[in-house]
Design a protein around this ligand. Structure first.
Ligand code: FMN
Length: 202
């Protein structure tokens, strides 16, 4: 069983609907650690050694957050800037992350259809999350496309939110239990495009 680290980043968790529901669905699962970045570092004073140890102790690293300005809430960038040190994450002696899996789980206000070349957001989510893809390559990580909840601005409603939360739980447990073909997953636009096809029970 693989160990999953969820680096959760929401600056206003008490007002969150989607991310809070998703997080609830995976909290307490065996092999899954939730690391709430804003709760742990309200002053942005990230404990670099603690974060490195957490990464080293897990096989799959997930950044879960709402999509903010086509990116993430600021603490995720701060985390990247501070934790991914030369000689640890990258460089000729920086092999700490090699072979681990990394992905984003994100929610967008915009509809799914707005994230395409002729949509008002112009670019796909896969394109917009390419900075993490490039970072992953430099650090020897295996990058997967984002698990995405879209169309939040229109109001998802309880039923749809619960559906996404169940999908998220299924995805996290499948990653933990190595039930996802990573090569196939890499080709997808979003990890949760067709979960039943992606997850191979055996
Ligand atoms: C500062 C800020 C920036 C945002 N930027 C985007 C964006 O670039 N694209 C988008 O689709 N939604 C954007 N949104 C909407 C959020 O993604 C949306 O409110 C969030 O996913 C809802 O999740 P929650 O219920 O967990 O808060 C933004 C919201 C805020 C507050």
């Amino acid at each position: 069983m693989k160990k999953v680290l969820i680096n959760f980043a929401h600056p206003a968790k008490s007002r969150s609907k989607v991310n809070k529901a998703l997080l609830k669905a995976v909290t307490g699962l065996e092999g899954v650690t939730v690391n709430d970045l804003y709760a742990n570092y309200p002053d942005f004073m990230i404990d670099i050694e603690r974060e490195k140890q957490l990464c080293e102790a897990h096989d799959i690293i997930i950044f879960q957050h709402p999509f903010y300005w086509y990116s993430s809430p600021a603490i995720v960038k701060e985390w990247m800037d501070l934790v991914l040190e030369h000689g640890w994450a990258y460089g000729s002696n920086g092999k700490a992350l090699t072979g681990k899996v990394i992905l984003q789980a994100l929610s967008t206000g915009g509809d799914g259809s707005s994230y395409q070349a002729d949509g008002y957001n112009q670019f796909t989510l896969k394109e917009l999350t390419s900075p993490l893809q490039a970072t992953a390559k430099l650090c020897g990580l295996i990058w997967l496309p984002p698990f995405a909840v879209t169309g939040v601005h229109r109001g998802l409603g309880t039923e749809k939110t619960n559906e996404y939360a169940l999908d998220y739980k299924q995805t996290i447990t499948a990653l933990r239990d190595s039930l996802i073909n990573l090569e196939e997953a890499k080709q997808l636009e979003r990890l949760n495009t067709n979960l039943n096809q992606l997850i191979q029970e055996h």
